[in-house]
Design a protein around this ligand. Structure first.
Ligand SMILES: *Cc1c(COP(=O)(O)O)cnc(C)c1O
Length: 363
């Protein structure tokens, strides 16, 4: 590892690809002959417009986003989308939500401030350790959309099959799995992702929305909260998060250069396998999620003894592995192994955990 960097297992903001950080460093004082750093540039300048246009085009190429979808860069993080989605998409005032963990719960709470929410499936009964069967949900005809959190960052769950929405619009929070695998955008009406998990710096969300869902009859809604405002202004109604657009654009180019999302998925599967093989054979540690629903990005695991878990966290930290403490709602440990975490980092972590087991007579 160069520059004294460490393996950072943070759930977000999270580790970034080193070649991207190096490019940013090289462009810091003078971006391509402009004489300025990107953070000093007018968002109305030609040079920044090109950065933003390329970022959008590279994302479209990566995901194969159809022409009838808009790509929006909006501030307020993923959290503001919890509110913007019901404000913009609830026409009949009713939406269906699947409750699978902390982030879908937050989205449900916000949607309830706007209209009626029907929770059509939940895994609350087992502390969100599985994805409920979504093949035959009871969805009222008038429901405006069906909402999922496609990867629960805290509980470590992922949908490996999308719900059967019975023809209703599917809305997905992809924050902690964005660009980790290929995605068929036409399966969704709206996809959004806070970028600080898998793509870039905090403070921006990418929203991909089918054009027919963008309404122009929302005169009572504050202008900034309407998707139409952002769509009509090319995400520059006001000063956007220029720095995040610039950095995300670099990550999109980097993902294209390594072979796109199919290759990224192959790498992510191999990486996660290292961790899950270890957990499945360990006598000390075990994963908290049902095998069929495990995330490739966020891996919670425990010993079953909170005091011992705390010891492991301190042990890994002393060995140079940061941010492995689990979220308080699950306890134990959590390894977030986003796109930018190299396989060597996961292997080194597993070696460290094996050493801990040996020293505790559990090998
Ligand atoms: C982190 C996260 C959010 C919230 O993101 P902010 O940018 O902090 O608002 C929402 N959903 C999921 C799945 C997340 O992981």
């Amino acid at each position: 590892m160069k520059y004294g960097r460490i393996y950072n297992f943070s759930a977000g903001p999270a580790t970034m690809p080193e070649p991207v950080l190096e490019e940013i460093r090289d462009e810091m004082m003078n971006y391509r002959g402009s004489g300025m750093c990107v953070m000093e540039m007018s968002h109305r300048s030609k040079v920044f417009q090109q950065i933003a246009d390329e970022a959008e085009q590279d994302l479209r190429d990566l995901m194969g986003i159809p022409d009838n979808y808009k790509v929006l860069f909006i501030q307020g993080g993923a959290t503001l989308q919890f509110s913007m989605i019901p404000m913009n998409l609830m026409k009949n005032g009713l939406a269906c939500y699947v409750e699978t963990g902390a982030w879908s719960k937050k989205a449900i709470a916000e949607a309830k401030r706007v209209g009626e929410v029907k929770v059509v499936a939940s895994s609350k009964d087992k502390n969100f350790s599985y994805i409920p069967d979504c093949s035959d949900l009871d969805i009222p005809d008038e429901a405006d959309y069906v909402y999922i959190c496609e990867n629960e960052t805290i509980h470590g769950l992922t949908y490996h099959t999308l719900p059967n929405t019975k023809g209703h619009v599917l809305v997905s929070d992809q924050s902690s799995m964005f660009l980790s695998r290929p995605c068929n955008v036409s399966d969704y009406g709206l996809i959004y992702a806070g970028v600080q998990k898998n793509v870039g710096p905090a403070g921006m969300v990418v929203t991909i929305i089918r054009e027919d869902l963008i309404r122009d009859d929302l005169d009572d809604l504050p202008i900034y909260l309407r998707y139409k405002t952002h769509a009509d202004a090319g995400s520059m109604y006001n000063t956007p998060n220029c720095w995040a657009i610039y950095v995300c654009g670099k990550v999109f180019k980097y993902l294209k250069s390594i072979g796109g999302l199919g290759e990224m998925e192959r790498i992510n599967q191999a990486k996660a396998q290292v961790m899950y093989d270890f957990l499945d054979h360990s006598k000390l540690f075990y994963g908290t999620v049902e095998k069929k629903d495990r995330s490739l990005m966020n891996i919670p695991f425990v010993t079953g003894d909170p005091a011992l878990d705390a010891e492991v966290v301190a042990y890994t930290k002393a060995a140079g592995f940061e941010n492995l403490k689990g979220h308080k709602s699950v306890g134990g440990l959590r390894a977030s192994i986003y796109n930018a975490m190299p396989q060597a980092g996961v292997e080194a972590l597993v070696d460290c955990l094996k050493k801990f087991e040996l020293e505790h007579g559990k090998e």
